[in-house]
Design a protein around this ligand. Structure first.
Ligand code: CTP
Ligand code: MG
Length: 230
């Protein structure tokens, strides 16, 4: 199947702070977004990438190709789901409507090639798509507004959702549009698909596929990526 990568990169990194949006900060000598795009495009089945950028983005390096494959960009939207929808709408006319789309955060630089490979295989075999994730390992507490523990929640069956998240292009577009029309904010693609009645698969992936949210995450990403390069 034809596989396209869709990379939302229109966020402002408010939790990270600072002037430069986090997707352009460096780890192991390269911007986070370059790590993300390079790993996605290195997969033999991925034919190209569509990147959603902020309308006023002055830092996009202007790549037109990486790994010998096209890198296209478009203007994203106010929420992550709006950026993903804009990117899906901007895919080339010759991208099949049933192409597999891999949605991957620009700020998630340490995706392993074998996780990507297993995800693509799972999503190709399963009509409702698949996402990378990992089981929750910590004990989960419910607290009141005073931070007093009210209950210990069973963690059985609970997973953390990572990216990439892989779905058929037409099904994902329809699901994201439907959830937006209902006024609900979809925090990932799987949530939109679930609300459309789909039952996507969870593919257990490496826990070091971290999303950079805070400065401490960048220190860890730099360490992991430097070690990987050497
Ligand atoms: N993103 C996007 N469009 C938005 C919001 C987020 O394309 N309107 C992208 C971000 O650039 C990032 C990914 O979605 O690659 C994951 O979002 P998140 O980690 O929340 O990044 P930010 O929204 O930039 O950070 P924050 O929430 O702290 O402001
Ligand atoms: Mg955000």
């Amino acid at each position: 199947a034809t596989v396209w990568a869709v990379v939302p990169a229109a966020g402002r990194g408010t939790r990270f702070g600072g002037e430069v949006p986090k997707q352009y900060l460096q780890a192991a000598g390269r911007p986070l977004i370059e790590h993300a795009l390079t790993t996605l495009l290195a997969h033999p089945q991925v034919v190209g990438a569509m990147v959603a950028l902020a309308a006023d983005d002055a830092r996009w390096p202007g790549w037109t190709s990486l790994q010998g494959k096209p890198v296209l960009c478009c203007v994203g939207g106010g929420e992550r789901a709006d950026s993903v929808l804009a990117a899906l709408d901007a895919l080339p006319a010759d991208a099949p409507t049933n192409a597999l789309v891999l949605v991957h955060d620009a700020a998630r630089p340490n995706l392993a090639a074998d996780d990507l490979d297993r995800l693509i295989a799972a999503a190709t075999a399963h009509a409702d798509g698949a996402i990378l994730g990992a089981p929750v390992r910590d004990t989960l507490k419910r607290a009141d507004t005073e931070c007093t523990i009210v209950a210990t929640e069973p963690r059985e069956g609970l997973w953390r959702a990572f990216t990439p998240q892989a779905f058929r292009r037409d099904a994902l577009s329809a699901a994201l549009r439907a959830v937006r029309a209902s006024g609900v904010l979809a925090t990932d693609e799987a949530m939109a698909m679930e609300r459309a009645g789909a039952r996507p698969l969870l593919v257990e992936g490496r826990e070091d596929n971290l999303k950079v949210t805070t400065p401490a995450d960048l220190v860890l990403a730099d360490y992991l990526l430097s070690r990987r390069a050497s």
